[in-house]
Design a protein around this ligand. Structure first.
Ligand code: SF4
Length: 402
């Protein structure tokens, strides 16, 4: 059955796949064309794209990838960059640990020959600096088996099976898997390896990813145009969107976070840099923390700023309220303007703290919710600076639910 599935998928892909030069610019040779079978591509652009695509759709990734390649056109430029510049370029793409790991990987690759890269692999078309094996790529920070396999098949046309979210969904429907893919990963890997076209692995992997992204979509699969319809068990069963079967939903915790936008007597605002670990590690933010049960939000802000920065503040008007949902929790940020009263700010729960002119905040990488706080702050400061009565019409609009 695998040869028939491979053939029909590749015919479909050549007609309808995302193989335009502007759709995946990292898949283009120096001569500006899609690579021939077995021809090597410079892995750097592929590597950056694959890491960006780990949690993000292609259309969102494209402008980020282009800006990144302009700023860091090769591994050396990336390895020499400072983390703040890297995080600023990543701002808005989310899952910031990916950016930090790309930087670490670039430095690791340039820090000296590893056993896996010695001697330079001649079969990599002159790109012998890069790991030639799955294990070599997986030794880099943040790279799992599927991303490593995708890089090797994309850049070097190596016969490595992939299993990203799109591919899991397609395979789960193809066999109408009765349990969530996460519960039978070994079986899904075996299926992906069985289906892989080893004569054209690069094209096959691109094709199955494109099928998942453009035809076998999460909510409304377009089975009527699918090259695998004739073999698809979920289609035959009449309800393909039921697959992949999901785990029973967990209740998602909800937290209220009090945030202080602290201004000193000269109009500077206080920001701190998060510790390196965690989802948003290394980014800057306005200080604050979790509201305790029964606590007024103004008391939360006073307490958190005393505990985390050793400062005393007067909590003033509410600036903005922002709702933000992650996959594992929902947060409500209640943000107040504050006046600094006493205490030299100390980074007791952060890497560093800094007083910054509001106009200079753009030079710091912030998580998405904080970008909205900055916009609200600038609007409020402009209103406060305006002559009496001017701009008041907008001041009531600062309360927000994202
Ligand atoms: S027939 Fe439908 S459910 Fe099956 S693989 Fe194709 S798009 Fe997905």
């Amino acid at each position: 059955m695998a040869p028939a599935l491979q053939a029909s998928l590749l015919v479909w892909w050549e007609l309808h796949g995302r193989c335009g030069l502007d759709q995946k610019p990292w898949m283009v040779t120096a001569a500006g064309r899609w690579p021939e079978s077995g021809e090597a591509l410079d892995p750097y652009g592929v590597f950056v794209a694959e890491v960006m695509l780990q949690q993000t759709q292609l259309a969102v990734v494209l402008p980020y990838w282009r800006r990144w390649m302009e700023a860091f056109p090769d591994l050396g430029a990336l390895a020499a960059a400072d983390e703040q510049t890297v995080l600023l370029l990543w701002q808005g793409l989310g899952y910031y640990s990916r950016a930090r790991r790309l930087l670490q990987a670039a430095r690791q690759l340039l820090s000296g020959p590893s056993e896996d890269r010695k001697p330079a692999a001649p079969d990599l078309g002159g790109f012998g600096l890069w790991p030639p094996t799955l294990a070599g790529w997986q030794a880099l920070p943040g790279l799992g088996r599927s991303t490593a396999a995708s890089i090797l098949s994309s850049a070097f046309d190596q016969p490595e099976a992939i299993l990203d979210g799109n591919v899991k969904r397609v395979l789960a429907r193809l066999i109408a898997a009765p349990a969530p893919p996460a519960r039978q990963l070994a079986g899904f890997w075996r299926l992906s390896e069985t289906l892989l076209d080893r004569r054209r692995p690069r094209s096959f992997n691109q094709a199955v990813m494109d099928l998942g992204a453009t035809v076998c979509m999460p909510r409304n699969p377009r089975c009527e145009v699918c090259p695998w319809q004739g073999w698809c068990a979920a289609y035959a069963a009449g309800d393909p969107a039921r697959h992949p079967v999901k785990e029973a939903p967990r209740s998602v915790p909800f937290q209220v976070i009090g945030v202080g936008v602290v201004l000193d007597g000269t109009g500077r605002v206080l920001i701190d840099q998060r510790l390196e670990e965690g989802l948003l590690g290394g980014l800057w933010e306005f200080p604050g923390g979790k509201q305790e049960e029964g606590e007024a939000i103004t008391a939360t802000i006073e307490r958190e700023l005393a505990e985390e920065l050793a400062i005393a503040v007067e909590v003033g008007e509410e600036l903005i309220v922002i709702e933000h949902a992650y996959s594992h929790k929902r947060l409500r940020f209640v943000v107040h303007l504050c006046r600094w009263l006493a205490g030299e700010p100390q980074p007791l729960a952060s890497q560093q703290v800094r007083w910054v002119e509001p106009a200079a905040l753009d030079a710091y990488p912030f998580p998405a919710a904080n970008a909205r706080i900055i916009a609200a702050l600038r609007l409020r400061l402009a209103e406060l600076a305006a002559p009496e009565g001017a701009g008041r019409a907008q001041s009531g609009g600062s309360r927000s639910a994202a």
